[in-house]
Ligand binder design. Structure first.
Ligand SMILES: [Zn+2]
Length: 102
């Protein structure tokens, strides 16, 4: 996502503004940063502020995202095994042909 960094008057941080929010903000003079903050830009001559940590985090997702996705999938598998076990316990062996959710 192409972004432009704009320093806010309010917190002095340089927030990252997505291209579409840059266009939207150009009419109002207030820009919505990718971290969710509203940015009122400082004058162009002011020194740029420190980069906003929240914006940086939004733009660079944690590298272990794929791993945690895999983790939640294995949790889901464990839950469906558990549900099937419960269902077997309730209905007994006569319902062995019941549809499984896997
Ligand atoms: Zn920010």
């Amino acid at each position: 996502m192409p972004t432009t960094s704009i320093t806010s008057q309010l917190d002095g941080l340089a927030h990252e503004i997505a291209e579409e929010d840059l266009l939207a903000g150009s009419t109002t003079g207030r820009y919505r940063a990718v971290c969710g903050a509203w940015v009122a830009p400082t004058s162009m001559t002011a020194a740029p502020g420190r980069p906003c940590g929240a914006c940086t985090a939004v733009l660079s997702p944690a590298p272990d995202l794929a791993a945690s996705e895999q983790h939640s999938r294995s949790v889901w598998r464990a839950v469906s095994v558990w549900l099937r076990t419960c269902s077997t316990t309730v209905h007994g062996s006569a319902r062995r042909g019941a549809p499984s959710w896997t």
